[in-house]
Design a protein around this ligand. Structure first.
Ligand code: GLV
Ligand code: MN
Ligand code: MN
Length: 409
């Protein structure tokens, strides 16, 4: 008989991890990779892994691993313990802690698997210093020459953040794995959208993950007197940026695939006072889409639009590409294992794409990689009130357990 996870134990772990980086208002969690709360959470996680009888290791990119069993290629699971600013308790944490609970359950039940099982907590998934950093290093998808230039939006350099946490950023690419040591990767995550809950389906079997492109657009105008300069003479960089944001959104909605999305998540206006016309406006934009051809076309069209809008508004625009994550298809072997686990547990499931980015998409370049989702209450995520029903968390944990055992058999 296949064992079952302990929900009380998993719940206690989720609640314990959620304390690290909890905001003073007691609501959201801000646990950025390499920050003191993150490093305290890392130490806590390593202690929990050791207690569970796992052999632990932290690599040069700050990825945390806990292994059960020896020899041969390993079946991996995991996610991340960093959060977005003012985030919730489940994004990333669920996949890591449910993975820990699965390995603990396997060990306690004395179940022997042919392949070892490894739990991973990947560094900086949320991308304060550039998305999916740890899994990019692990899968060899980082250009070492770019590391000194990587900065957070507030200017903090990755090399400094890693130094403060006791790591050498320049050594991070040495975390690159040998794909021959991997047998498969499967990640449990909350859906972060509304579809599973709306359809009353407890498990989503992820069939592919979106591609994401991120840009920094700096619109440049002139800093004139906000009272004395006639309106028609102004070169207002904020108006150019705002005009572009509205038009780009409309373009992506009308000319994308129907599922294409875009977001402007950060705006900076300089000099930033009421009596000077904005001379410089910075926008952070991202676009997401499953079909790489559609994404490449939207990329070209939006950047051309930015230049055209800037010209029309008598401004200029500087465009910097920040990151480019490729869309991937999940491995049929992993999807089948998840579906069979659902069947064994009598749970309804549905294949669905992931509109969020995940470390599983980097792992897909080195091994058979897949994911399963559980419903998010109200579709809410990346916000303090991100929740899933505990029953759904338990179901997801047990599907993950059955899937890992099937892949490691
Ligand atoms: C990860 O949270 C993402 O931005 O998709
Ligand atoms: Mn996540
Ligand atoms: Mn996230």
């Amino acid at each position: 008989m296949t064992p079952a996870i302990s929900l009380p134990r998993l719940r206690a772990d989720i609640e314990a991890l959620s304390v690290f980086g909890r905001n003073p208002d007691g609501q959201g969690i801000s646990r950025f990779c390499w920050s003191p709360p993150h490093e305290e959470a890392r130490a806590w996680l390593l202690a929990r892994m050791k207690e569970a009888g796992l052999t632990t290791r932290v690599d040069a990119a700050g990825n945390v691993f806990g292994r059960l069993g020896q020899g041969g290629p390993t079946v991996m699971t995991g996610s991340h313990i960093d959060t977005v600013p003012n985030g919730g308790p489940l994004d990333g944490a669920l996949g890591v802690l449910a993975g820990l609970e699965c390995l603990r359950t396997v060990r306690e039940a004395g179940v022997k698997t042919r392949r070892p099982l490894t739990l991973a907590a990947w560094s900086d998934e949320e991308g304060r210093y550039g998305g999916l950093f740890g899994s990019r290093c692990f899968t060899g998808r980082i250009d070492p020459k770019q590391i000194p230039a990587i900065r957070a939006i507030d200017g903090d350099r990755l090399v400094d953040a890693m130094t403060r946490a006791g790591f050498d950023a320049l050594a991070a690419p040495t975390a690159r794995c040998d794909p021959k040591t991997l047998a498969a990767y499967v990640e449990l995550h909350i859906e972060q959208g509304p579809h599973l809950e709306a359809a009353s389906i407890p498990i989503g079997v992820v069939e592919g993950i979106v591609g994401i492109r991120r840009y920094r657009l700096t619109f440049l105008g002139e800093p004139d007197h906000a009272g004395a300069t006639p309106m028609e003479r102004r070169k207002d960089s904020f108006l150019a940026a705002a005009d572009y944001a509205l038009r780009a959104r409309d373009h992506v909605v009308r000319k994308g695939s129907g599922r294409s999305v875009t977001n402007f998540g950060h705006v900076e206006v300089a000099p930033g006072v009421s009596n000077i016309v904005p001379a410089r406006t910075l926008l952070l934009q991202e676009m997401r889409e499953r079909d790489p051809r559609v994404l490449a076309r939207l990329d070209r069209e939006c950047l051309a639009l930015a230049r055209a809008v800037a010209r029309r508004r008598k401004c200029r625009v500087r465009i910097e590409r920040l990151s480019r994550t490729l869309s991937v298809r999940c491995a049929p072997r992993v999807m089948r294992a998840v579906e069979q686990a659902c069947a064994a547990l009598g749970l309804r499931h549905r294949q669905m794409p992931s509109a969020a980015g995940h470390d599983a998409q980097n792992l897909a370049h080195v091994t058979d990689s897949g994911m399963l989702f559980i419903p998010s209450m109200g579709g809410r995520s990346h916000r303090p009130d991100e929740r899933s029903h505990w029953k759904d968390i338990e179901r997801g944990g047990n599907v993950l357990l059955h899937t890992l055992l099937a892949l490691a058999r």
